[in-house]
Design a protein around this ligand. Structure first.
Ligand SMILES: O=C(O)[C@@H](CO)OP(=O)(O)O
Length: 247
């Protein structure tokens, strides 16, 4: 049996302001830092000791992993990072206020962009102040892989190679794996793990800073569908708050 722990970063400055974030590299808010530390404490209290950590290339996930591991006295763990664990690229919506976007375009379009499986927002222009074109961290990424917008399906497609090629081998080696990532890259991974349909995934929201534990069988499928949040009550309330963003 393999052990996988998923951790969405704590609240970011832009989560707090209600802005679409995507690949924009914002930091954790003070509340988000507390959430990340609490996530580490929950790991420690549960007796879960990761052997390796995987993060995206975005500061808020890296900060979350550092704070959580610091709390568990595990700063020294080996770390692997990949753009494939990044948040969904939110295209031209990056930097826009969620409530204002909903007001301007209506509930249906807002939800299509936010939670449909295969409708991406309009692409962001390279010259936009919130574009990642020219960002040094993606300099080695071939231009045809560099997104200018993504729907969740695009995230599944670019995340799964990392799951199979980097995370599964760690699990196969008997390592307990911590993945510190984002609302939508983790929705993509949970969709895969739990076999959630393209329709039903719209209703799944991941709370910030609460570890989600999966015990996986020999085929790297959950023994308990949906896994187990280490603080289930807090996770339920926080997931509802994510669902209601923009309202
Ligand atoms: O703005 C974003 O990048 C994401 C996560 O914060 O938002 P949403 O939950 O609306 O997909």
């Amino acid at each position: 049996m393999a052990t996988l722990v998923l951790l969405r970063h704590g609240e970011s400055d832009w989560n707090a302001k209600g802005l679409f974030t995507g690949w924009v590299d914002v930091s954790l808010s003070a509340k988000g830092e507390d959430e990340a530390r609490r996530g580490g404490k929950l790991l420690q209290e549960t007796g879960l000791r990761p052997d390796v950590v995987h993060t995206s290339l975005l500061t808020r996930a890296i900060q979350t992993a550092n704070l959580a591991l610091g709390e568990a006295d595990l700063h020294w763990l080996p770390v692997k990072r990949s753009w494939r664990l990044n948040e969904r690229h939110y295209g031209a919506l990056q930097g826009k206020n969620k409530a204002q976007t909903r007001e301007e375009f209506g509930e249906e379009q807002f939800m299509l962009w936010r939670r449909s499986y295969d409708v991406p927002p309009p692409p962001i222009a390279d010259g936009d102040e919130f574009s990642q074109a020219g960002d040094a961290r993606y300099a080695l990424l071939p231009s045809e892989l560099m997104p200018r917008t993504e729907c969740l399906k695009d995230v599944v497609d670019r995340m799964l190679p990392y799951w199979y090629d980097e995370i599964v081998p760690d699990l196969a080696a008997g390592r307990t794996v911590l993945v510190a990532a984002h609302g939508n890259s983790l929705r993509a991974l949970v969709k895969h793990l739990d076999g959630i349909s393209d329709e039903d995934i719209a209703g799944l929201n991941i709370p910030t800073g609460i570890p989600l534990l999966y015990d996986l069988d020999a085929d790297y499928r959950p023994t308990l569908p949906g896994g187990r949040y280490l603080d289930p009550d807090a996770a339920k309330a926080a997931a509802e708050a994510v669902a209601n963003q923009g309202r």
